[in-house]
Design a protein around this ligand. Structure first.
Ligand code: ZN
Length: 500
């Protein structure tokens, strides 16, 4: 007779083996983005395909199913962590199991073709050749949504992959509230900033920027014995294994701010994973609660801390030591340079005030695409109309419009709201943090990030994936997620209004 203790132990061993296979895949992916010679791409794709297939097959195997059945049988009691482990694994298992392997393979194949097609279309600045790929991917994702199940809106089934428990119906009023306030707020802020333009940004050599990046990681208590920094075309953060957390940045000689804020952002993601307790490691609980909670951690360090007046004033001498070209800058210059707000076409270059408007545009369009209310061929025109309405500017070409993001070419519909929610969550968490640390600004002015980090570790990091995002926010902040904290944050920072 197998006891529950033995079953649980075997189950954890099985999950740990899967986690170790995922470590190998993560390392291959990291290398692919940071150092792999271009000609290794085809072989690497095959190796990764084999490895992810193996991980998937082992995960949906009878071994997982039997353990889950035994551990959820009537009369079995588990402690809170083990109960969460079973619940989260069950959820992942049911989702993975539901989709036929042939459909999974087809999506991977079409996405594999769609990405180069998207790159070519973007290069040629024409949407039409991308239409068949996007149409096919959309149809496949609709199929997935219908299999996984939803209550009338396919968007919910896909959104659930990134933000468990959230629905489009809950998102729509949140966005409407935010939009109503944000659009006039952008006008007011741009108006105010016109009289105080930011200084021109001098060139800063890559080596100086690299040294600065390492100093910033140090300042944020990123453990250099448990992580490293490299350069890549697109900055990212990846956990290879417990004790091995890697961040990347992109150095732009003409604009040091790009790497400066990317490092803070990616470090925020890494700090989250560094804060997940040992007891959860090598299980599906050793991850963020959701994409948006993860993004709240990166935005906290990048924007709330990194673009704040006290932190920038503290960091200026450090910046000037590494970048003598900035010797004449005042703390005010740096603050203005880090916080200039403008109507722009490109999401990834947007400031923290206009950023969420870019996300709303994408949410509305993908919600309509998945609901069959918008045809792929009409997408560029719909994009441009929305862009005009939300941001007050119109793309001159598809490259600056509908072709700017890779997400849809990956089939990642439902991902974009995570970015917006991350901003809202970061502001809401900061308000709760300020209640416990009323001297937050004073700490930042001294470059002391220890106490805010400890607060985040306690309220967010240590839970890993044990709590769903809504529950985590409720416990960490005392209220359900909303947009008013974020709006108050923007008003206070950009218009100098008293905090509500
Ligand atoms: Zn991020």
């Amino acid at each position: 007779v197998t006891t529950i203790t033995a079953t649980l132990q075997q189950f954890k061993q099985h999950l740990a083996d899967l986690a170790r296979l995922s470590q190998a895949a993560a390392l291959l992916n990291w290398d692919l983005e940071t150092g792999m010679p271009r000609k290794g791409a085809a072989a690497r794709a095959e190796a990764l395909g084999l490895l992810s297939g193996e991980i998937f097959t082992r995960f949906v195997s009878p071994q997982t199913a039997e353990a889950l059945a035994a551990l959820t049988a009537p009369g079995v009691t588990l402690d809170a962590t083990d109960a969460a482990l079973v619940r989260v694994t069950r959820r992942d298992y049911d989702k993975s199991q539901a989709i036929p392997p042939a459909l999974v393979r087809e999506i991977a194949t079409v996405a594999g073709q769609a990405q180069p097609a998207w790159e070519q279309a973007r290069h040629d600045n024409t949407f039409a050749p991308f239409v068949p790929y996007l149409t096919r991917l959309l149809a496949l994702k609709c199929e997935v949504a219908d299999i996984v199940g939803h209550r009338g809106n396919r968007y919910d089934a896909l959104l659930d992959d990134y933000e468990p428990g959230l629905t489009a119906a809950a998102l729509i009023p949140l966005i409407a509230d935010l939009r109503r306030e944000l659009v006039p707020l952008v006008d007011a802020i741009i108006d105010r900033q016109q009289s105080q333009p930011a200084p021109a940004v001098p060139a800063v050599p890559v080596e100086a920027q690299r040294a600065l990046a390492l100093a910033l990681l140090d300042l944020l208590h990123f453990d250099s014995d448990a992580g490293r920094l490299d350069a890549s075309a697109h900055p990212f953060s990846i956990t290879i294994a417990p004790g091995d957390h890697r961040v990347t940045t992109r150095f732009d000689v003409a604009d040091f701010r790009s790497s400066f804020f990317s490092v803070l952002h990616e470090c925020g993601h890494a700090l989250y994973e560094l804060g997940i307790p040992a007891a959860l490691q090598l299980t599906p609980l050793a991850d963020g609660a959701s994409m948006a909670i993860h993004e709240s951690q990166s935005r906290f360090w990048e924007n709330v801390v990194g673009r704040s007046r006290p932190f920038l004033a503290f960091v200026l001498p450090l910046l000037q030591r590494h970048c003598p070209a900035l010797a004449a800058w005042s703390a005010d210059d740096l603050f203005r340079s880090a916080n200039s707000v403008r109507r722009s076409l490109i999401r990834t270059e947007a400031d923290e005030v206009t950023y969420n408007l870019h996300v709303m545009l994408r949410f509305e369009l993908e919600n309509e695409l998945l609901g069959g209310r918008l045809a792929v061929t009409d997408l560029p025109a719909a994009w441009n109309d929305r862009c005009r309405a939300l941001l007050g500017c119109t793309p001159a070409s598809d490259r600056e419009g509908v072709l700017q993001d890779v997400h849809w070419a990956h089939g990642s519909f439902g991902y974009f709201p995570s970015y917006m929610l991350g901003n809202l969550y970061a502001a809401q968490l900061t308000d709760a943090l300020r209640r416990d640390l009323p001297d937050f600004d004073t700490l930042l002015a001294r470059g002391d990030t220890q106490a805010p980090l400890a607060w985040l570790r306690d309220r967010v990091h240590r839970h890993g994936r044990m709590l769903e995002p809504h529950e985590l926010m409720l416990r960490a902040t005392g209220s359900a997620p909303d947009s008013r904290h974020f709006l108050a944050y923007l008003r206070s920072k950009f218009l100098g209004d008293a905090r509500s």
